[in-house]
Design a protein around this ligand. Structure first.
Ligand code: F0G
Length: 368
C-alpha cells in the first residue's frame, strides 16, 4: 500500500515539496513522498576562483539522499504518481535516476522497474537500485534504447514513467535554482551544468526564470552546458548513434529535453560545449584534491567546462559562477585511484611500527 511520509518539525530541512510548496504544482491532495532531498550546500571554491579570476561556487548535489540531484525531481514525480494512483513506476537510466526512483518508490510502498544499459552503469548505482528492491533489468543496448522502451511500456502497460520526459521531474529539479538565489541574493552571472538528457539544464533555466518573474533577481544567468566529446549531440546538432565516454551518467546520444534546452540556451545567451574524457578526469582530480569535493566523473565536466571557457577568455574576471556537480564520488570511486598522482595507485602497505611509518611519511622526531 502507498504510504505518505509523516510531518516533520520545521527545524529540520523538510525536502523540496514542503519547503517550496507554494511554488510547485502540488495541492493538499498530493501525498508528499520525501527523503529530505534538497537544501544542498553551495560551497565557495577558492582554488577554482584563483585559477579563473571568477568567484566560483559549487552546488554539491551529491549531498542528496541517494547521492545525486535526481532526488529533487523524483520526490515530485513519485508523489504525483501516488496521487494519481500508480502502483508501479518505470524509468530508463544511466544509473542515478534508477537509484533515486528505487529509493522513492520503495519509500512510498510502490514498485519500481528500471532499465539500464548492460554493463554501462557504475557499481554504486547498480547496488543502490538493488538495495532499494527495484526490478532492475540490464538491456542489451544503450541508454537511448532503454528510454524508447520505457516510454513504450508506460504507454501500453499500467506503469508510470518517471524519466525527465515526465514534466513533474523538471518541476522538482528547478528548486535547485531557488536555493542558489537564496544564498547569493541574486542569480549568478554564469551557471554551468553537465548535460545528458538536458533535463537539469532545462530545470535550472526554469527556476531562474521564475525567480526573475517574482522580482527577487535582477538577471538570468548565462546557462552553460557541457557534454562529453564522444556524446555531444547538442554541440554537434545531430543525434549520436553510439555515444561513448567514461562519464557513464551522460553517455546519451539523443537528449529527451533537446527542444527545451535549445530554448533555454537561446533565452539565456547560453552555450553548449564538448569536453574530452582526459580533461574531464583532470577536472575531477582538481575538484577532489584542491577543493575537497568528491564527485563522479560526469559531474566534473562542470569544472572542466569552467576551466576551458575561462582559458578561452569567455568568463570575465570577477563574474559570479555557479557549477552544479550532480552526483557523489562514492558512486563510481574507481576513477579516484586511476587519476591520483598521474597513474594507478595502490596504497602503500606498512608494518605495525610507528617509527617505520614516520619514516615513510617523511616525518622526523620533534626536538624538545
Ligand atoms: N550528472 C549526472 C551524475 C547524471 O546522472 C546525469 C543524468 C546528468 C548529469 C545529466 O543530467 O540528463 O538532466 O542532462 N543521468 C540520467 C540517469 C540520465 O539516468 O541517471 P540531464
Amino acid at each position: 500500500m502507498a504510504t505518505e511520509s509523516p510531518r516533520i518539525p520545521s527545524r529540520q530541512w523538510r525536502g523540496v515539496l514542503h519547503e517550496y510548496a507554494d511554488r510547485l504544482n502540488i495541492s493538499d491532495a498530493t501525498p508528499i513522498i520525501t527523503l529530505g532531498e534538497g537544501g544542498t550546500p553551495l560551497i565557495p571554491a577558492p582554488a577554482l576562483s584563483a585559477r579563473t579570476g571568477a568567484q566560483v561556487w559549487v552546488k554539491f548535489e551529491g549531498m542528496n539522499p541517494t547521492g545525486s540531484f535526481k532526488d529533487r525531481g523524483m520526490t515530485m514525480a513519485i508523489s504525483k504518481a501516488v496521487e494519481h494512483g500508480a502502483k508501479a513506476v518505470i524509468c530508463a537510466s544511466t544509473g542515478n535516476t534508477s537509484a533515486s526512483a528505487a529509493a522513492y518508490a520503495t519509500h512510498a510502498g510502490i514498485k519500481a522497474a528500471v532499465l539500464v544499459p548492460e554493463g554501462k552503469i557504475a557499481m554504486g548505482k547498480l547496488s543502490q537500485a538493488i538495495a532499494h528492491d527495484a526490478e532492475l533489468l540490464q538491456v542489451q543496448g544503450n541508454f537511448d534504447d532503454c528510454l524508447d522502451i520505457a516510454r513504450e511500456l508506460a504507454a501500453n502497460y499500467p506503469v508510470h514513467l518517471v524519466n525527465s520526459v515526465n514534466p513533474d521531474r523538471i518541476e522538482g529539479q528547478k528548486t535547485a535554482a531557488f536555493e542558489v538565489v537564496e544564498v547569493l541574493q541574486d542569480a549568478p552571472d554564469f551557471h554551468i551544468v553537465p548535460v545528458g538528457n538536458a533535463g537539469n539544464y532545462t530545470a535550472y533555466f526554469r527556476g531562474y526564470s521564475e525567480e526573475l518573474e517574482r522580482g527577487v533577481t535582477t538577471k538570468l544567468p548565462r546557462m552553460f552546458g557541457f557534454q562529453a566529446s564522444g556524446s555531444a549531440p547538442l554541440v554537434l546538432g545531430h543525434v549520436v548513434k553510439n555515444p561513448e565516454t567514461i562519464a557513464s551518467a551522460i553517455r546519451i546520444g539523443n537528449p529527451a529535453s533537446w527542444g527545451f534546452a535549445l530554448e533555454a540556451r537561446e533565452k539565456s545567451d547560453g552555450y553548449f560545449g564538448a569536453i574530452d574524457d582526459a580533461k574531464i578526469l583532470e577536472a575531477y582530480r582538481i575538484l577532489s584534491a584542491e577543493v575537497g569535493i568528491f564527485v563522479e566523473p560526469a559531474s566534473a565536466i562542470s569544472v572542466a567546462g569552467l576551466l576551458e571557457r575561462a582559458e578561452a577568455g569567455q568568463i570575465p574576471r570577477g563574474s559570479t559562477v555557479v557549477l552544479t556537480v550532480t552526483g557523489h564520488g562514492l558512486k563510481d570511486p574507481q576513477w579516484a585511484l586511476r587519476t591520483a598522482n598521474g597513474g594507478d595507485i595502490t596504497p602503500t602497505v606498512v608494518p605495525v611500527d610507528a617509527a617505520e611509518i614516520a619514516g615513510v611519511l617523511g616525518l622526523s622526531k620533534a626536538t624538545a
